[in-house]
Design a protein around this ligand. Structure first.
Ligand code: ADP
Length: 241
């Protein structure tokens, strides 16, 4: 469903060029929960942002459902992005808006029928088990609750793909567990393809089916989570496990 082919991302820092992603090729199957793990600075966030072209690759192809989206025009890209939800480490909620307004924002932005927005927001807040917080503001929510709102917002337009960029890194272990269970439940119910970016192997162990290990912008190992845990081959995988 998602294929990254020979992806490079080079940043220009003054006269210095820095390759944050270096010739990465990955295939992610429809409906799987795929982990991309590695230490800080490995290029994980840059790579995941390539999937919805928040970051354009310097070289390579991003193939989603058979089409190379780097070749898409604005209209085609907008449509593709509607199909890709994303959540972040720091939730990125609008502090001056209520929880319901935060979730509704994605719907307004994408011309959802106005008379159906209220019901859709209610439905989304029920999916993330927060219907009672509709009129609260982000400042009155815990970190885990904020991430639930962000998940509701990411699901607003019924995407097939959910990108999670260090979504549990700002949360305590117990809240991490509950957010991962929620992501797993949503994945099972809605049949989403989920990509999890994390520096924590425990997150991969709990939720992912396959994993790629990234270091210095390159994939150093890839495989089923059970295999990588049972017999890590690369030095990086051995350290992480
Ligand atoms: P990770 O998510 O694994 O921590 P990142 O993808 O955020 O890694 O960053 C990889 C490397 O690319 C880091 O060294 C970072 O400083 C660098 N980098 C990321 N974004 C930019 C940018 N916009 N300009 C220059 N360097 C960047």
């Amino acid at each position: 469903m998602i294929e990254l082919k020979n992806i490079d991302v080079t940043f220009q820092n003054g006269s210095h060029e820095f390759k944050a992603v270096d010739n990465v090729s990955l295939k992610i199957n429809k409906g799987e929960i795929f982990g991309i793990v590695g230490p800080s600075g490995a290029g994980k966030s840059t790579l995941v942002r390539v999937i919805n072209l928040l970051q354009r690759p310097t070289n390579g192809e991003v193939i989603i459902e058979g089409s190379d989206i780097t070749k898409f025009n604005r209209k085609q890209l907008r449509k593709t992005r509607l199909n890709i939800g994303m959540i972040f480490q720091h939730f990125n909620l609008i502090s001056g808006s209520t929880i319901a307004e935060n979730v509704a924002f994605s719907l307004y932005a994408n011309n959802y029928p106005k008379d159906k927005i209220k019901d859709r927001v209610k439905e989304l807040l029920e999916i993330v088990h927060l219907p009672e917080k509709a009129d609260a503001y982000p400042a009155n929510l815990s970190g885990g609750q904020k991430q639930r709102v962000a998940i509701a917002r990411a699901l607003a337009n019924n995407p097939d793909i959910l990108l999670c960029d260090e979504a549990t890194s700002a949360l305590d272990p117990q809240t991490t567990q509950s957010i991962l269970s929620l992501i797993k439940d949503i994945h099972d119910k809605l049949g989403l393809t989920v990509i999890i970016i994390t520096h924590q192997m425990s997150v991969v162990e709990q939720i992912c089916t396959r994993v790629a290990i990234l270091n210095h912008g390159t994939v150093v190992e890839e495989g089923a989570v059970s295999e990588v845990f049972a017999s890590p081959k690369s030095q990086e995988a051995k350290q992480l496990v």
